[in-house]
Ligand binder design. Structure first.
Ligand code: WTA
Length: 638
């Protein structure tokens, strides 16, 4: 169920922000409406034109292939490698000497890599992977902090045709073990740890425990970041820096020729039921989609310094730290640590120091920094900023206005981009020229038609809440769920099978001006601080604790995080709840999934509201917690 605070009708037309003349004059897209119309009427032609901006080893035979719908294909017959476009082709121009990555560690250490240097690092590591027996089609699991080696590892895999499966560094033992097992990875790339709020995290310790649970790993390569002592098993564990100093780490490595539809990566994402699913993205369509959306929405220019302050372990980082920006030849900023460490001006300091032009982050981060007041950003020169961005959850108008006024000084349009792991890139988003309404993600991207409908697919009247669907395929879409194509069909395509629409799992409204207002998830996927989790994962982590027999997880509104997790547990017979057990359960969830999944409150219960078929009615728990009407209880078991 959508959160109560979002249920109130949002400010619809009362407040509109128009872009300045300067923004419009310099924009790649000056007339959204006509380009949109063109892209809808000539969808395939539009996507062929965008694909022409990339370098292909061989052009595609067909732009779009629906013969196995809903397993759509793009650019079939085309030969490409995303790394050829993200790195190799830039080496032929002046961009060879352009900075590709400026990275700053939390302790303040800095590294910069030109495209030339990035190519050397990626090639050297690619040669090491090859020497370890990694071949085209293998899936390599990557579990790292936010350090340049994370991007290097991803790119090295893709360069030689192996797929990567990056597991967010904030996940813990069980989450990592499950993902390794599902992908059947032989190789794990990790680090001893990273720095977060002044402390060193223990990634290698977690990786070691995960490897005990998922015995497929034969080789584990560890980057030394923190220097903390870690356990290394001989025959299995290798230090990254030691391998990189071997003659085999040659800085020349051919980029593998891939089919457009070959697997680029898996990224596990939480769904409604069971364990996270590995969404499959491919070399061709994903390269076209991420680079096109990045260039048009954020008006990317060669002189820009682009900062997507997400973690590469999530789709935002894959698409808009690594692939989209590098394909566009951008200079990207990466920062390892927390936004408020050592002080709440860390980000503003970064913007001033590096002259950053575009900042793309989440509403949670904005709300978190807003809490410390205006004095912190006001101490810094933020005049280099031209555009701002938001992603991951609905942004409340207060946070939007603060971001616009205090950080953007009233002159930087905010691109509130709606998309999902499944979509690969932006689907509903403003462009710099779009008049903005705080809290609305505005209009669909080119080639994309969306609707808000009821269960039968009838469009809702303007301003009324319904289910958000996408009406036609796009190049960046996930191709399937790894190893479970039935589930892919069932989760996304079965509800509107007749119409052939994609179900997003979100509810939304569309106002009279055609502006989209996203309300939130309507399934058991939850967004906490913009991170995506499933109630099922949290519940199964709780039930894996020996004292617990049943659990239910819900979210309730939270001022900073957007949503916070609250759980209800039934204990084993004879066990009584107490504050120590609450702490033990929180710790258990932290160990199994990670800090982002730790519940705010743990309530011990004798019974959980269930339907007669035994399904937990989380809606009822939520309504009770909020003191609201419990709604239709006719299916509730006595
Ligand atoms: C939510 C993150 C409102 C939405 C890129 C979606 C948003 C889910 C926005 C996907 C936004 C993402 N406004 N809600 N601008 N962007 N969402 O897969 O509920 O981690 O379905 O991808 O995030 O989360 P995911």
């Amino acid at each position: 169920m959508a959160d109560d605070k979002n249920k109130k009708s949002p400010v619809m037309d009362s407040e509109i922000f128009y872009p300045s003349k300067e923004i419009i004059e310099n924009a790649h897209i000056k007339d959204y409406e006509s380009m949109y119309k063109y892209s809808i009427e000539n969808r395939e032609k539009f996507w062929a034109e965008q694909a022409d901006n990339l370098e292909w080893f061989k052009k595609w035979d067909k732009v779009f292939d629906a013969s196995e719908a809903p397993f759509y294909k793009w650019y079939t017959g085309g030969k490409i490698n995303i790394v050829h476009n993200a790195i190799d082709r830039h080496l032929k121009s002046w961009r060879r000497n352009k900075i590709a990555i400026i990275w700053e560690g939390e302790p303040g250490d800095v590294r910069t890599l030109s495209y030339h240097a990035l190519d050397r690092e990626v090639s050297r590591f690619a040669n090491i992977l090859k020497s370890m027996g990694v071949v085209k089609g293998n899936i390599v699991t990557v579990y790292m902090p936010q350090i340049p080696e994370l991007a290097i590892a991803m790119l090295a895999c893709a360069k030689i045709g192996a797929a990567h499966s990056v597991v967010y560094g904030g996940f813990s033992i069980e989450a990592l073990a499950e993902r390794i097992k599902d992908a059947n990875s032989r190789i794990l790339i990790t680090a001893d740890g990273g720095f977060r709020r002044g402390k060193a995290t223990d990634l290698k310790g977690i990786a070691n425990d995960a490897m005990k649970r998922s015995p497929t790993i034969e080789v584990c390569i560890t980057v030394k970041r923190t220097g903390k002592e870690v356990y290394m098993e001989s025959g299995r564990d290798f230090w990254f820096h030691e391998l990189m100093s071997l003659p085999i780490a040659n800085p020349k490595c051919d980029t593998e020729v891939m089919d457009a539809e070959d697997l680029l990566f898996l990224l596990y994402s939480s769904g409604t039921t069971g364990q996270p699913k590995g969404l499959v993205h491919t070399h061709g369509g994903y390269a076209v989609f991420t680079s096109t959306t990045h260039k048009f929405v954020f008006d990317i220019k060669d002189e820009d310094r682009w900062w997507c302050a997400a973690d590469p372990g999530w789709i935002t980082g894959h698409s808009y730290i690594v692939y989209g920006p590098l394909i566009n030849g951008s200079t990207i900023i990466m920062y390892e640590g927390a936004p408020n460490h050592p002080y709440p001006n860390r980000w503003w300091q970064m913007i001033e120091k590096y002259g950053i032009n575009i900042l793309y982050t989440s509403p949670t981060a904005i709300r978190g920094l807003m809490r410390f007041g205006e004095a912190w950003p006001n101490r810094h020169d933020l005049s280099s900023l031209r555009l701002l961005g938001s992603v991951g959850e609905p942004i409340n108008p207060e946070a939007w206005r603060w971001y616009h006024r205090v950080i953007g000084k009233g002159k930087c349009p905010i691109m509130d981009t709606w998309w999902q792991t499944e979509t690969g890139g932006f689907m509903i988003t403003p462009f710099p020229v779009t008049p903005l309404k705080p809290g609305s993600v505005t209009k669909p991207f080119f080639g994309n038609e969306v609707a808000v409908v009821d269960d039968d697919g009838n469009e809702m009247p303007a301003g009324e809440e319904g289910k958000l669907v996408i009406k036609s395929p796009w190049p960046g879409m996930a191709r399937t769920i790894y190893g479970d194509s039935e589930r892919f069909r069932e989760v996304y395509w079965d509800d509107y099978k007749k119409q052939g629409w994609y179900k997003t799992g979100d509810s939304a409204r569309i106002d009279e001006d055609g502006y989209v207002w996203v309300i939130g998830r309507i399934d058991d996927v939850i967004k906490v601080s913009g991170y995506r989790l499933g109630t099922a994962e949290i519940e199964s982590a709780l039930v894996s604790h020996e004292q617990v027999t049943e659990a239910a997880a819900i979210t309730l509104p939270h001022e900073i995080k957007g949503n916070a997790i609250h759980v209800y547990v039934i204990l084993r017979d004879g066990v009584t709840g107490n504050p120590d057990l609450v702490e033990a359960l929180k710790k258990h969830v932290r160990n199994e999934i990670g800090p982002i999944a730790v519940p705010e409150t743990v309530t011990f219960a004798d019974k959980l509201p269930k339907t007669r078929s035994g399904k937990i009615m989380r809606r009822v728990l939520k309504a009770r917690a909020l003191g609201q009407d419990e709604g239709d209880l006719s299916t509730l078991e006595e």
